[in-house]
Design a protein around this ligand. Structure first.
Ligand code: ATP
Length: 242
């Protein structure tokens, strides 16, 4: 469980996140939506402490993220995979070596690395592409490599920052299905930041809408999308400013 309480994060004097409190339950696919610049990526980056924050607490499975030492943080991050819009793959390494990177960092032996990489390649449907470099892959295939790499250390959590935003609609749906499958089969909790509301509606069970650094609305995706609030209608562009 991720429990965020009274989180405030500033850049300079400006609070990008202002007193955010929310709870992400195990096995959730939890959507975070909001206008561009509202602080969605910052919120994700606070969860695995890629960003430090001024006040508030983030508790992940009983660990207080803001109190972790550098060594504890390294271990904590094994449990929290992350994927990005730009895939963040290493161009000079092939698919096998890209997926293997976290295992190599943790000093696993070659036999274990080979077994795990092949297992993950099968899960994401890239068994035939292990020897290929990222430049020879489609966007969807690149994101599959990134997903496999994010799962190498068996995390309980996957943070997804606009992972489908650079993909065409059909490919985006195939990645969404893969994320759904990973959530169902392995019980991995997913926190999904996206501006693609149709995707959030199709995959997330809970959603929070951020507005001006605050939680404008939070709840079950079904009820939120069935009876759109002012916050959601505004995000959809259905309301014009008076
Ligand atoms: N390192 C930084 N230093 C200063 N300001 C930053 C930094 N990173 C982000 N910001 C600012 O913080 C605000 C929130 O940024 P963030 O990337 O979290 O928004 P977002 O909701 O994810 O936006 P988008 O949907 O466009 O990706 C923005 O105004 C951004 O300019």
């Amino acid at each position: 469980m991720i429990r965020i309480e009274h989180l405030t994060k500033k850049y300079g004097d400006e609070a990008v996140l202002n007193d955010i409190s929310l709870t992400i339950e195990p096995r959730d696919i939890y959507g975070v939506v909001g206008q561009s610049g509202v602080g969605k990526s910052t919120l994700l980056n606070c969860i695995n402490r890629l960003e430090e924050f001024e006040s508030g607490t983030i508790d992940v499975d009983g660990l207080r993220v803001e109190t972790l030492s550098r060594r504890e943080l390294r271990i904590f991050r094994k449990n929290v995979g992350m994927i990005f819009q730009d895939f963040s793959l290493i161009g000079r390494k092939n698919v096998f070596d890209n997926i293997a990177m976290p295992l190599e960092c943790w000093g696993y032996d070659r036999v274990k690395i080979k077994r795990r990489v092949e297992e993950l390649a099968e899960i994401v449907g890239l068994e035939e592409k292990l020897a290929v470099r990222p430049a020879e892959l489609s966007g969807g295939q690149k994101q599959r490599v990134a997903i496999a790499r994010a799962l190498t250390l068996n995390p309980s959590y996957l943070l997804s920052d606009e992972a489908t935003s650079a993909l065409d609609p059909k490919t985006a749906i195939s990645i969404v299905k893969l994320l759904q499958d990973i959530n169902h089969r392995y019980g991995i909790t997913i926190v999904l930041v996206s501006h693609q509301l149709d995707i959030v509606e199709s995959i997330c069970n809970r959603v929070c809408i951020l507005e001006q650094g605050r939680v404008a609305e939070e709840g079950m995706a079904e009820s939120l999308f069935d009876r759109p609030s002012i916050a959601l209608r505004s995000l959809k562009g259905e309301l014009t400013d008076a």
